[in-house]
Design a binder for this molecule. Structure first.
Ligand SMILES: Cc1cc2nc3c(=O)[nH]c(=O)nc-3n(C[C@H](O)[C@H](O)[C@H](O)COP(=O)(O)OP(=O)(O)OC[C@H]3O[C@@H](n4cnc5c(N)ncnc54)[C@H](O)[C@@H]3O)c2cc1C
Length: 390
């Protein structure tokens, strides 16, 4: 059975200097007050030479691959040395013009061209809000009638999605769509189902994301698998818990509709594991990428694979974590021959700032406890010190 306790394997890819840098970074972002104090100045700091340099050398260097696909090459090669793949995640957010959406689509296509070069980039990814106006997606999702201009605009959105999915099919690669807010998810589900029906006949090329913190998603997943069975295609599934919980709950309370989120964490965990069980039971028509930093879920998937006779390196099952987080899961799984792929965000420093702030906030300490990342880094530092002393 897999163990995630081996910090030597987890951090083999880091020199002593890199380990120390990571330790200091998590020590800093573990401090709630410092993170809260820095947040209002972050945007300004990212624009000024010396502070931009500081961000680039610390938090950015830890969580991002580079400013462009080319500058991510070092990270891609470094991860590949340890059998860990890369998902190039173009992390520029908050764009709203047609020109921006076309530009993002071109950029995703460039990641697809990179994926063609070797096996080190097994998936590409996009967010629908990178290719379309949020308000338009919300309107389509609500089934409201579109004006002629909006219908045309949506046709462009559909064409962008089609272009990326068709390219993944033609190239023999894979593409996944991230999940976002529940009130724009219906249009994403529709588009992804259409793409799976079209391109997932032989194998899973197109993957949709299922957020198990939503209490309705297990049923939705069951329905997708049933459709895949009857229509003879492969259901491509990225399985996550979900990242927008507070926002979801706040909106539901404000607009007085029923909360789409599970009543508690246990319910989310239970549905996540039930989804793993369901997918591995139906592996002949499913493929999954488990995007999680949860050790139990990762172990549960490993166990289900063993019990159901699915090989560790079966190409229908991938584990995925973010660059700079949960290396103890990624590198221990990869060392045991499981397929592992890291999300590697990239883009100019000031553009990826919202992403970096989210990572910092997620790693602040809870009730005075050391964050898990800091704890693992401390253990590895001590182990190396002991090793060099003997
Ligand atoms: C590779 C990768 C890709 C991702 N892609 C997406 C994506 O496309 N869309 C997206 O939304 N997120 C995405 N995420 C983020 C993910 O949804 C989680 O927010 C994050 O990974 C933390 O969950 P966890 O499974 O790692 O484990 P844990 O740390 O065990 O779980 C934390 C999660 O549990 C849920 N939770 C916590 N408290 C409660 C509660 N009281 N009631 C109900 N549920 C609760 C929340 O979803 C919370 O994020 C991705 C994560 C990874 C690693």
């Amino acid at each position: 059975m897999i163990s995630f306790d081996n910090t030597e394997t987890a951090f083999k890819h880091k020199s002593n200097n890199e380990l120390s840098k990571a330790w200091w970074l998590f020590k800093f972002i573990g401090n709630n007050k410092l993170v809260a104090l820095s947040k209002p100045f972050a945007a300004l700091a990212a624009r000024i030479g010396p502070t931009r340099w500081l961000i680039q050398e610390t938090i950015y260097a830890h969580f991002c691959g580079g400013t462009s696909i080319r500058t991510c090459e070092k990270t891609i090669a470094h991860l590949a040395e340890y059998n860990v793949g890369t998902i190039l995640d173009y992390s520029v957010e908050g764009k709203e013009s047609e020109a921006d959406f076309d530009h993002t689509c071109d950029e995703i296509e460039a990641t697809q061209n990179r994926a063609l070069l070797d096996d080190n980039v097994p998936f590409c990814v996009f967010k629908l809000t990178g290719l379309a106006r949020f308000a338009l997606l919300e309107k389509v999702s609500s089934d409201a009638a579109l004006s002629e201009a909006e219908s045309n605009e949506f046709e462009h959105v559909r064409n962008r999605v089609e272009r990326l999915c068709k390219k993944a099919f033609d190239d023999g690669t894979r593409i996944m769509m991230d999940a976002e807010e529940s009130w724009i998810q219906p249009v994403m589900d529709e588009l992804m189902l259409e793409m799976m029906q079209k391109y997932n006949g032989e194998r899973a090329v197109v993957y949709n994301t299922f957020q198990m913190y939503r209490h309705d998603r297990l049923l939705k997943l069951k329905a997708l698998i049933e459709t895949a069975k009857t229509q003879n295609f492969n259901a491509g599934i990225k399985l996550v818990r979900g990242a927008y919980m507070e926002k979801e709950r706040k909106r539901a309370a404000e607009l007085q509709y029923s909360d789409p989120i599970q009543p508690n964490k246990q319910a989310t965990d239970s549905d996540y594991n039930q989804a793993i069980d369901l997918i591995t039971n139906n592996i002949s028509c499913c493929a999954v990428c488990a995007g999680t930093h949860n050790e139990e879920s990762s172990s549960f998937l490993v166990k289900q694979m063993a019990e159901k006779g699915i090989k560790a390196n079966d190409e229908r099952i991938f584990f995925s974590q973010l660059l700079g987080m949960s290396d103890h899961i990624s590198f221990n799984l990869a060392a045991a021959s499981y397929n592992v792929v890291k999300y590697v965000p990239y883009g100019p420093v000031k553009e990826v700032l919202p992403y970096l702030i989210r990572r910092a906030e997620e790693n602040t300490s809870v009730a005075g406890q050391t964050s898990r990342e800091l704890d693992l880094l401390t253990r590895e530092k001590k182990r190396r010190q002991k090793d060099s002393a003997t």
